[in-house]
Design a protein around this ligand. Structure first.
Ligand code: NPW
Ligand code: K
Length: 458
C-alpha cells in the first residue's frame, strides 16, 4: 500500500524547478496545465458557454491557456481578469489568448465558471470584494471548476482565511495532490478532485494520501492465530468495547478476546474472559484499550496492565485521558493512539501549525503512531511520515464509530507489522464501510459493511 504523494506548495515548486532544470520550460508546463483543465472542463461541461477568471500570476496564466484551448474546441469563452498579468508566463499566455478581457467586476455570469484567480502562491485571504464577486459568479453558474486549488484557500493547511468561498464541482490538481485537497475546510470546497499529470516527476513524498490496503485472503497454511489474535480490554461501559471487538472480528482477526469488563453478548465467536490474564498469552498480536474503559481506579489498573504487557498497543478514548506522551515514549513497542481533536489536545497540549504539523509533532514527541481523527483524518509516524485520508462521509459523526475504528486498528495491527501501515489500512476500511453504509448510519451498520470492504482489498 503506497498512497499517492501529497505536495506542499514549496515541494511542488521544487518538483517543477527540477523539471525545468531538466529542460522543460515553464511555458510548456503552463500549456500542459491549461490543456489538462480545458480537457476536464470540456468533458464535464460539454461545451457550454464558459467564463474563465484569471488572476495576476501563474494560476491566472493557466486560465488564459484554458480559455484559448476551449476556444479552439469551439466553446463560447469569456475571460475576466483581476488586474494585468504580473508574471512573464501569465503575460505570454494572455497574449496567446489574444481575445477580449473584461475586468473581474464586469464579468458576466456564464453556465460554466473556471476559477484561475489564485493557486499555490496565495499567501493571504482574498479581498472581501473579490471573494464576493467570485461567490456571486459561482452561484450563477451550473458548473464550477477550480484550477489547481480553489482560489482563496491556503495550499498547505487548507485554511480559508475566514472568507466565504464557493463550493466547486471539480478541482483539477496540477501535477499532484496538495494538502488543501484533503484538509478541511478547503477539502469540502473542492468537489471531485482530479489530478492532472503535467509531466513533472514527483519523487517519493513523506506526505501521502491513504490508499486502498492490500489484505490478501488467508492461505491454506493459516489458522486462527496466524490471522491475528486481538485482546480488547473492556471496562465500565461494555457496549463500546463490544463494538470494537466485533469490528476486529469482522475485519478478519482470527481470534478476538473481550476481557476485563462486565459485557456479555456479541457474536458467538467472541471469547469472553474475566480479568486481564489474557495479556500474558504470548499469542496476542494486538491489545486495544480505551473504548468503554471509564476513568476510575479499575480503568487505571487495566491500563497499567496493558502498558506493561509488551504487546503492540492501540489506545483510544478513555485510555488517552490516562496516559502521557512520556509514558507512550517509554513503550518498547510503538503504540498507536487514536485521538479526536479534543483528546489530542488533552494528551499533547496546544501544538502549532496545521493538522499535519501537529500530528507529526505529537508522533515524534510520543514516539508512537498518531491517528488524529476527524473529517480530515491525519496519521503520523514517529519518523515524520504522514498520511491523510480521503474525505469520509459526514454521517460518521455519530456515537460508537470511533470504537469501530479502534477495533479495526487493532485487527490491522495484529496482521500488519508496520503500525503506520496498519493504521492507514484501518482508516481506509472505516471510510469505505461508511460509504457503503450510506445515509443516517449508526455505528452498528459499519460492522455489517466491514466484510464487504475487506473483500474489496484482496
Ligand atoms: N510552478 C509551476 O511550475 C507551475 C505552476 N502552475 C500554476 O501556477 C500556480 C502558482 O502560481 P504563482 O506561484 O505564480 O501564484 P498564484 O497562485 O497564481 O498567485 C499568487 C500571487 O498572487 C499574489 N497574492 C497572494 N495573495 C493575494 C491576495 N489575497 N490578493 C491578491 N494577490 C495576492 C502574490 O503576489 P504579490 O502580490 O505578493 O506580488 C502571490 O505571489 C499554481 O497553482 C499553478 O496553477 C502551472 O502553470 C504549471 C506550472
Ligand atoms: K484557482
Amino acid at each position: 500500500m503506497s498512497g499517492r504523494p501529497i505536495l506542499t506548495a514549496a515541494a511542488m515548486r521544487a518538483a517543477e524547478a527540477a523539471c525545468m532544470a531538466g529542460g522543460t520550460g515553464a511555458g510548456v508546463l503552463m500549456d500542459r496545465a491549461g490543456a489538462a483543465v480545458a480537457k476536464a472542463t470540456w468533458r464535464f461541461a460539454a461545451g457550454a458557454p464558459t467564463l474563465v477568471l484569471c488572476g495576476p500570476r501563474n494560476n491566472g496564466g493557466d486560465g488564459y491557456v484554458v480559455a484559448r484551448m476551449l476556444r479552439e474546441r469551439g466553446v463560447d469563452v469569456t475571460v475576466a481578469a483581476l488586474g494585468e498579468p504580473r508574471s512573464a508566463h501569465a503575460l505570454a499566455a494572455r497574449v496567446a489568448w489574444g481575445g477580449p478581457v473584461v475586468a473581474l467586476d464586469d464579468a458576466p455570469a456564464r453556465a460554466v465558471l473556471v476559477d484561475a484567480l489564485f493557486g499555490t502562491g496565495l499567501a493571504r485571504g482574498l479581498e472581501p470584494a473579490v471573494a464576493a464577486v467570485l461567490v456571486g459568479l459561482a452561484g450563477a453558474a451550473r458548473v464550477r471548476i477550480a484550477v489547481d486549488v480553489p482560489s482563496g484557500v491556503a495550499t498547505d493547511d487548507g485554511a480559508t482565511f475566514g472568507t466565504a468561498l464557493p463550493i466547486y464541482d471539480m478541482t483539477v490538481a496540477l501535477g499532484a495532490l496538495k494538502p488543501a485537497h484533503r484538509l478541511q475546510p478547503a477539502a469540502a470546497l473542492c468537489g471531485r478532485v482530479v489530478v492532472a499529470d503535467i509531466g513533472v516527476p514527483v519523487e517519493a513524498s513523506e506526505l501521502t494520501a491513504i490508499g486502498r490496503p492490500s489484505l490478501p485472503a488467508p492461505g491454506a497454511e493459516d489458522h486462527k492465530y496466524t490471522r491475528g489474535m486481538v485482546a480488547v480490554l473492556s471496562g465500565a461501559m461494555g457496549g463500546a468495547a463490544l463494538l470494537a471487538a466485533t469490528a476486529a472480528q469482522r475485519a478478519g482477526a482470527g481470534y478476538v478476546v473481550l476481557a476485563g469488563g462486565s459485557s456479555v453478548g456479541g457474536l458467538h465467536a467472541l471469547v469472553h474472559r474475566q480479568g486481564t490474564e489474557v495479556l500474558a498469552d504470548s499469542r496476542v498480536d494486538a491489545v486495544l484499550c480505551g473504548p468503554g474503559l471509564g476513568r476510575g481506579a479499575g480503568a487505571e489498573r487495566t491500563l497499567v496492565a496493558a502498558l506493561a504487557c509488551g504487546r503492540p498497543l492501540v489506545l483510544d478514548a478513555d485510555a488517552l485521558r490516562l496516559v502521557s506522551p512520556a509514558v507512550l515514549r517509554g513503550l518498547a513497542v510503538p503504540a498507536i493512539v487514536t485521538p479526536h481533536a479534543g483528546e489530542f489536545e488533552h494528551l499533547f497540549g496546544t501544538l502549532p501549525g496545521s493538522r499535519i504539523d501537529r500530528a507529526r509533532a505529537a508522533a515524534a514527541m510520543a514516539q508512537c503512531v498518531v491517528v488524529l481523527k476527524g473529517a480530515d483524518t491525519v496519521i503520523a509516524a514517529p519518523d515524520g511520515r504522514v498520511a491523510i485520508a480521503d474525505p469520509a462521509p459526514a454521517w460518521l459523526a455519530t456515537a460508537g464509530t470511533g470504537d469501530v475504528l479502534a477495533g479495526l486498528v487493532a485487527a490491522m495491527r495484529a496482521r500488519i507489522d508496520d503500525p503506520f501501515a496498519a493504521a492507514q489500512a484501518a482508516v481506509w476500511l472505516h471510510g469505505a464501510a461508511a460509504e457503503a453504509a450510506g445515509a443516517v448510519l449508526v455505528a452498528d451498520d459499519l460492522l455489517d459493511m466491514i466484510r464487504k470492504v475487506v473483500s474489496a482489498c484482496q
